[in-house]
Write a protein that binds this ligand. Structure first.
Ligand code: MG
Length: 384
């Protein structure tokens, strides 16, 4: 095994867990324990039935949040290897980064955020942290997964100043304008690389995107021309895959080279130097950053706003909003454990506590569970 760089996240320098625990036994390290707890969590399994772009029942071949998270982890780990960063920590962060996502992708999150306007809002990043800090109920001695500070720091990618103040220690860096570990910075970019590329694949497979329009995107056009030149007459599926794997390769190599140069420039000696640096060290070079942004904008315009996607997201918003409003108006409609949680949080935090417990329940649903639950609550002919 290659030694970690001195500025990588080292377990021996970890800020530890909120609830102190004996070190893991056997050959496992602390970050391995984090990763294993994430993989064994209920929220992780539910990612299989949560939308990335296409709702689960639209087809078996599209990415779900689970396969998306695996692809993010794959990219994160390979870059860590090249830069001598901590692969295990980065993998754990990548696998956990979407645990707080609502059903139906961003449409679900937007709808829930609207419902929660008066009660502190809803943000999936913050919810991912809430899942691992509080909502998972698996261990005798603590709520949540009791992950290391470094893993939690990576999961909380963004945060408003108001939320940062409420979160205490883990929110401090947003107020002090400090950076997270390189592993956390990398997990964030690996997420972007994964969805930009796999959404091209899913977009083409679904017929919502056409190769002819993708050829207007610089990054795609360059690799498409290369594949056509090298393999004339190649079947379309292989052709698309060859283009996408070349795009991923190019952006990942650029990321590695640029980051290596930025680390050399900043010359951090420890993770503390990374955290106090003036900016992020994990980054694309200017050209690839611009091309990646162009691709992202293209996908927003042509795929995420395609009328067939919008029809789906409009239904999804309605399902999430109806569920929230019904439960929030009458807690007796909730299954016992969620009603009890709502009563408990209401007693402790008033109206915002009640709303938060309802949001926790709705956010935890898979796409199909939300559809079923919507029918059970709203459709008079449905059996409850
Ligand atoms: Mg993601």
């Amino acid at each position: 095994m290659i030694a970690l760089a001195p500025y990588a996240a080292h377990e021996r320098e970890s800020r530890g867990r909120a609830y102190p625990e004996a070190p893991p036994t056997g050959h496992r390290g602390e970050f391995q324990r984090d990763r294993d707890r994430i993989v064994h969590s209920g929220a992780f399994r539910r990612l299989e039935y949560k939308t990335q772009v296409f709702v689960n029942h639209e087809g078996d071949l599209y990415r779900t949040r689970l396969t998306h998270s695996l692809e993010v982890a794959q990219i994160g780990r390979s870059v860590c290897g090249a830069l001598h960063l901590n692969e295990t920590l980065c993998e754990a962060i990548c696998l956990a980064h979407d645990l707080g996502h609502t059903p139906f992708g961003h449409a679900g999150q937007d709808a829930l955020n609207d419902c929660m306007t008066e009660f502190g809002g809803f943000e999936h990043n913050l919810q991912s942290l809430r899942v691992v800090d509080e909502l998972e109920e698996r261990y005798a001695e603590f709520s949540g997964l009791n992950l290391t500070y470094e893993c939690r720091e990576g999961i909380l990618k963004h945060c408003s100043a108001r939320n940062a103040r409420e979160l205490g220690e883990i929110g401090r860096r947003f107020l002090d304008r400090r950076q997270p570990s390189l592993e956390a910075q990398l997990a964030n970019i690996a997420d972007e690389i994964a969805y930009n590329n796999h959404d091209v694949d899913d977009g083409l497979r679904s017929g919502l995107l056409e190769i002819s329009e993708l050829k207007t995107v610089t990054l795609f056009a360059r690799h498409y021309a290369e594949v056509e030149r090298r393999y004339p007459g190649l079947g379309e599926r292989r052709q698309i895959h060859e283009v996408i794997r070349r795009m991923i390769n190019e952006v990942v190599n650029d990321l590695i080279e640029t980051t290596r140069a930025r680390i050399a420039d900043a010359a951090p000696k420890t993770i503390e130097d990374v955290r106090t640096a003036g900016g992020l060290m994990v980054a694309f070079g200017d050209r690839i950053a611009a091309e990646h942004l162009e691709l992202k904008r293209f996908l927003r315009e042509r795929l995420y706003r395609h009328y067939r996607v919008v029809r789906m997201t409009s239904k999804a918003r309605r399902v999430v909003r109806d569920l929230f409003e019904s439960f929030h108006a009458d807690l007796r409609l909730l299954p016992d454990e969620h009603r009890e949680a709502a009563e408990r949080l209401e007693a402790r935090h008033g109206a915002s506590g009640r709303a938060r417990a309802v949001a926790d329940y709705v956010a935890g649903m898979t796409d199909r569970y939300a559809i079923l639950e919507h029918a059970r609550v709203h459709d008079p002919s449905s059996v409850s």
